[in-house]
Design a protein around this ligand. Structure first.
Ligand SMILES: *Cc1c(COP(=O)(O)O)cnc(C)c1O
Length: 351
């Protein structure tokens, strides 16, 4: 019997981190513990009802110009979308159309294989070494594209710009995407490579460092040619991706650089304090340059610690797969008080 089921695009979706309804210490989805700049609140309340009556600007020009100015690029070098997930998905669709597989690490952002499956893009994962570092030589052969987060997630491990420049310059046959979701927390950015190579796309988000996960703003910086192709695909799919309120909120965030930098410093200081405390409790972890720490305990299984923390209303992220990371917890950096409470609770659990 034939069935309509033979014609379904059947996929296994990405599982986002839990968003509990009750009040908990929430260290499971790498959100920023601080609110966005007060200018963001003002911009949102200044949006007129009449502007909501109309469609938003399909070109998102105000936000694109603000991002371009912030990074010292032309507007034509910037593409914006509904979170970097939207930007990344559109980039996979636009640039990964080869019969050759695309490459990405085996332990990485778990959305990459989902998009590859959704768009029927062949892919090969490349194993991280024992220290969770990316092995550059694995990315040497001709391929359909490359996507790597820097710092990598969920490990937090970062590589310097030279590392990526070697990969990008060796691959004129494909587009290399660097996913910089966590770059503001202290690692080197590849954004300046865009001025030198037309095949690199740097993807960023307002969700983590700018405390605006709820607004859904992501962007890509690339050569004008890359951005044009990306934009053509977007306009073939959905013209009005960004809403009027979000556009205003995004512009306002970029206007308050002092606030942004101060909150980043807060998160980084708390991260460094937390590293010292975790070590004292018998945890080990690769050195993190992001707003989370990927840690395992010397004797207690990660799944047990995860459950015990959850019972006490502290949520962290646990990935049971792949096997290699099944004894690790990904702990987002909260406020100083939240991390103090986490450490106190871990003391209880590990005793
Ligand atoms: C959080 C995250 C994203 C997606 O963030 P958005 O909220 O969609 O902007 C993309 N890549 C990595 C590696 C992430 O951790």
């Amino acid at each position: 019997m034939t069935s309509w089921k033979n014609n379904v695009r059947n996929v296994i979706p990405y599982t986002p981190g839990e968003q509990p309804k009750k009040k908990v210490i929430k260290l499971n989805t790498n959100e920023n513990p601080y609110p966005p700049s007060p200018l963001v609140g003002k911009a949102i309340s200044d949006v007129s009802m009449d502007s909501l009556r109309k469609y938003p600007d399909p070109n998102c020009s105000s936000l694109i110009s603000a991002i371009a100015k912030y990074h010292g690029f032309d507007d034509e070098n910037i593409f914006v979308g509904v979170g970097s997930d939207d930007v990344l998905a559109m980039s996979f669709l636009t640039f990964f159309n080869s019969d050759r597989p695309i490459f990405f690490p085996d332990i990485t952002y778990s959305f990459y294989d989902v998009w590859a499956d959704l768009f029927r893009i062949p892919y090969e994962t490349k194993a991280l070494d024992e220290d969770f570092k990316i092995v550059a030589s694995d990315y040497a052969s001709d391929c359909g594209g490359i996507v790597i987060p820097n710092p990598n997630a969920p490990t937090g491990v970062a590589e310097p710009v030279e590392f990526f420049e070697k990969i990008i310059s060796a691959h004129p046959e494909c587009v290399v995407i660097i996913d910089e979701a966590y770059v503001d927390f202290g690692s080197e950015s590849c954004i300046d490579l865009v001025r030198k190579y037309d095949n690199v796309l740097v993807v960023r988000t307002f969700s983590k460092s700018r405390s605006m996960a709820g607004s859904r703003i992501g962007y890509a910086v690339g050569s004008k040619e890359l951005i044009k192709y990306l934009s053509d695909c977007k306009f073939s799919f959905n013209s009005y991706t960004m809403d009027t309120v979000t556009l205003a909120a995004g512009v306002a965030s970029l206007e308050d650089d002092e606030y942004f930098k101060a909150r980043l410093a807060d998160v980084i200081n708390t991260r460094e304090w937390t590293k010292g405390q975790l070590e004292k409790l018998g945890f080990s972890f690769p050195d993190s340059k992001s707003n989370f720490i990927f840690a395992k305990h010397s004797s207690i299984p990660a799944s047990d610690i995860f459950e015990e923390l959850k019972k006490r209303d502290i949520y962290v992220r646990y990935f049971s797969k792949p096997e290699r990371i099944s004894n690790y917890l990904r702990i987002s950096i909260g406020t100083e008080e939240e991390m103090q409470q986490l450490i106190n609770t871990l003391k209880e659990i590990t005793n």
